[in-house]
Design a protein. Structure first.
Length: 103
């Protein structure tokens, strides 16, 4: 379930990056529009985009840290239990071999 949540978070971050890029492009395209109301709106959107970029960077940093922690935990487990790890890997390989052999 954690892997599914991580994949969902990664997709959400990727989608959010696309939205931010589209919003920035929209701001550049409407930069020539005159009027106080348009200028105020552009300034407000730019401010919110800057905040969103900071939050996005923070979310990415958290995901990277979690991935590193999982990697370290797996590495520690393999170092602490080498024979068990070899047995599990051999079992998984055996099952995959059986499944491939049936085709």
């Amino acid at each position: 379930m954690t892997e599914t949540a991580d994949v969902s978070k990664e997709k959400l971050i990727a989608d959010f990056k696309v939205v931010v890029a589209d919003a920035e492009e929209l701001l550049r395209a409407t930069a020539s529009q005159a009027g106080d109301k348009a200028a105020d709106l552009r300034a407000k959107v730019q401010s919110r985009l800057a905040d969103a970029k900071v939050k996005l960077a923070d979310a990415e940093a958290v995901m990277i840290d979690r991935a590193k922690q999982v990697g370290r935990a797996a590495d520690d487990y393999v170092h602490d239990n080498p024979w068990r790890s070899v047995g599990v890997a051999a079992g998984i390989g055996f099952v995959i071999g059986l499944l491939i052999g049936r085709r």
